[in-house]
Design a binder for this molecule. Structure first.
Ligand SMILES: Cc1cc2nc3c(=O)[nH]c(=O)nc-3n(C[C@H](O)[C@H](O)[C@H](O)COP(=O)(O)OP(=O)(O)OC[C@H]3O[C@@H](n4cnc5c(N)ncnc54)[C@H](O)[C@@H]3O)c2cc1C
Length: 272
């Protein structure tokens, strides 16, 4: 649920370059979404269907709101975790070291598995089961509107999804499109040059829409290595003796709602 900006001559263009929208099936999540709507952090996006919700003014709005009451070290990559007394020690890429009483993993299965390999091999093995599919994403800003009536497109070739980001509620800035390649193509080109990816997906986008694109003011690509998670089935993993919890979409299903449910279930197990 993240957002990227690109500076253009027509102002800053905004892109929800990961999750595009989310839906609600679970009653508990439904109540949470109602509260976000009341706070102005979420709204319906009719272009994607009658039950498609997005963050406002960007997809990361609910995450921002949930973290207001917490101390968050943004842009701090944990490179190693190890047991330390009854708790845990975390090593940060910048060189920082943190001693914590309780450790919660909320990262993709592959990263959970790699990080826990020596500290908790049994749990690392459980996380090594579900495999994620990748997704190359390209962000395109244009000088004028792309001449199509539809804001959302699904493809079954190179492109899996394309959407006019500025058709989402509360968005400002120039015409902006998010174009996402399908998992097969993304997997075949996982290590390809990001500039080649951008040019290639832009051309495929034009073909999918069967229209010439307006002047492009800015373009960028992003590789999601772990975009669509597997589904391990546990809901959440709690180990009170080792003071360790694991949550994330991959424990249920590859959806925003599943990630929220997994986190909520883990919080209940921990007792917070
Ligand atoms: C391209 C794409 C399109 C999607 N489209 C949709 C959609 O339309 N609808 C939908 O419901 N879902 C969609 N999803 C899935 C949805 O985004 C996920 O289900 C949800 O974000 C999972 O949440 P999470 O908290 O489990 O993990 P994540 O969202 O992956 O969050 C994990 C966080 O941990 C951080 N992290 C990872 N490793 C470390 C480390 N070592 N140290 C510190 N931080 C770390 C990451 O940077 C990230 O911020 C999409 C996902 C992608 C990538």
């Amino acid at each position: 649920m993240s957002m990227r900006r690109i500076k253009t001559t027509a102002g800053e263009a905004h892109f929800d370059h990961g999750a595009q929208y989310f839906t609600v099936r679970d009653q508990r999540f439904g109540s949470r979404v109602e509260a976000w709507i009341a706070d102005g952090a979420v709204a319906l996006w009719p272009s994607a269907g009658s039950e498609a919700y997005v963050g406002v003014p960007a997809m990361n709005a609910p995450v921002r709101q949930m973290t207001e009451a917490a101390t968050v070290l943004w842009k701090s990559q944990v490179t190693q975790v190890e047991r330390s007394g009854a708790g845990w020690r975390l090593l940060i890429e910048s060189g920082g070291v943190f001693e914590v009483d309780f450790l919660v993993f909320a990262v993709p299965a592959e990263q959970t598995s790699a990080m826990l390999a020596s500290a908790a091999p049994d749990l690392a093995a459980r996380a090594s089961g579900p495999r994620s599919e990748p997704c190359w994403t390209v962000m395109l800003a244009f000088a004028e509107a792309v001449a199509v009536n539809q804001d959302c497109w699904r493809g079954d070739g190179i492109i899996g999804w394309a959407a006019r980001n500025n058709s989402k509620p509360g968005r400002t800035g120039p015409e902006s499109w998010v174009v996402q390649a399908g998992p097969d193509w993304s997997g075949r080109h996982l290590e390809s040059d990001p500039d080649w990816i951008a040019v290639t997906l832009k051309a495929s986008f034009s073909e999918l829409l069967e229209t010439e694109l307006p002047l492009c003011l800015g373009m960028a690509s992003h590789r999601w290595r772990y975009a669509r998670s597997g589904a391990e089935g546990s809901g959440a993993i709690f180990d009170g003796d080792r003071r360790l919890g694991i949550c994330g979409d991959w424990l249920i299903a590859p959806r925003v709602e599943a990630a929220w449910i997994s986190g909520t279930e883990l919080a209940e197990l921990i007792g917070v």
